[in-house]
Design a protein around this ligand. Structure first.
Ligand code: BV8
Ligand code: ZN
Length: 307
């Protein structure tokens, strides 16, 4: 029965959440950019979702790459550089610790920043729905060449502008839309070593592109295998599909608790969505996750990691 706009009983109710956690054997998590915010990485909707006045979701399309591969590569080379400089935070470490304590915990992440693997999150309990900035593929659909774990920074000499560091408080010229981009010939972008014709492209899933089908089947099989007791929805605006559909897909009416951990979890529209079994915690994931998961993972070490 949908709650009226009174403050739901499970809003910011850590004690009730710990009771449900103690009774939970199977937990699914769906993570978004908000989880990596505390690691210094901008969210998609943060800063208006703009990169040099370009809508980030527009740059994340095959069409944009076909039209201007240099611009799209500068966008991704910059995000690779920032993600390499970033470190997993206490939120990533808490989820990795939960995976080690709870075999029936599966973490789905929309983040391509490689911070979950760097927090030693067990591979078999982590699904990177949208790929990784550090995988490289061939733009030729029929080619299929892929290189994993490419951490070159700059990715190639032509993209060095995206790997510059500036003193704190100074803006990177690349990010200033008023500053004209240096002309970089497309010929200076690396080609695929296999088919020799396709351009190398970031190994992420762009809008309009299908997610890895075997991964989608594995996730559905995990969800259908047995009732899911809890779904942690962490730092995501839940607008991009199929990621945004998993919380309801995993829900067993009257049993599964969907738990929203988000800076803006207390907005009326979010609170209104809550079912009786659900929870909402408004705040920073880096602070909330260690607190919420402590009964299972124990207290964090000083550096946010776990035993
Ligand atoms: C596909 C990789 C088959 C690249 C990304 C059904 C309905 C409507 C549309 C569709 C549909 N099915 C398919 C579509 C189309 C489309 C889609 O969903 N469009 C949306 C925009 C409506 N989906 C696709 O195209 C998918 N492919 O469906 O293929 C197909 C193909 C063709 C046609 C039909 C079907 C592919 C989608 C994947 C795209 N790639 N990333 C890259 O990163 O560059 S998506 C990218 O954007 C991210 O990965 C992420 O998924 C999304 C950003 O969302 P969030 O991570 O949630 O970040 P956001 O900034 O939005 O929100 C941050 C949240 O955190 C906020 O709520 C904020 O309050 C909170 N927060 C901030 N700080 C903190 C915090 N919370 C806690 N603590 C903090 N400190
Ligand atoms: Zn190729």
């Amino acid at each position: 029965m949908k709650a009226t706009l009174a403050i739901p009983k499970n809003y910011n109710n850590v004690a009730a959440f710990h009771e449900k956690l103690a009774a939970s054997k199977r937990i699914l998590a769906v993570c978004g950019a908000g989880l990596s915010a505390a690691s210094g990485l901008p969210t998609f909707r943060g800063a208006g979702g703009l990169w040099r006045n370009y809508d980030a979701t527009e740059l994340a399309t095959p069409g944009a790459f076909r039209q201007d591969p240099v611009l799209v590569w500068l966008f991704y080379a910059y995000r690779r550089h920032m993600a390499l400089k970033a470190k997993p935070n206490a939120g990533h470490h808490a989820l990795a610790a939960l995976a080690k304590k709870m075999p029936e915990f599966l973490c789905l992440s929309q983040n391509v920043d490689n911070l979950h693997p760097r927090a030693n999150h067990p591979d078999d309990q982590l699904k990177l729905l949208h790929g990784s900035l550090f995988d490289i593929k061939c733009f030729n659909k029929s080619c299929g060449w892929i290189e994993h774990h490419n951490y070159a920074d700059p990715f190639c000499p032509a993209l060095v502008a995206a790997s510059e560091d500036v003193e704190p408080g100074k803006a990177l010229p690349l990010l200033d839309p008023k500053q004209k981009l240096a002309k970089i010939p497309e010929s200076e972008l690396p080609k695929c070593p296999s088919c020799k014709t396709g351009l190398q492209r970031p190994g992420v899933v762009w809008f309009g592109e299908q997610l890895d089908e075997q991964m989608l089947r594995d996730i559905d099989a995990w969800i259908d295998r047995h009732v899911v007791d809890m779904v942690l929805v962490i730092g995501t605006s839940s607008v991009v599909y199929p990621a945004a559909g998993y919380a309801e897909k995993a829900r067993t009416e009257g049993h599964t608790s969907v738990v929203t951990v988000n800076l803006d979890a207390a907005t009326p529209e979010n609170l209104y969505q809550l079912e009786d079994e659900d929870f909402a915690f408004a705040g920073d994931a880096v602070v909330l996750l260690p607190q919420l998961l402590e009964p299972v993972i124990g207290p964090a070490n000083g550096d946010g990691t776990y035993e």
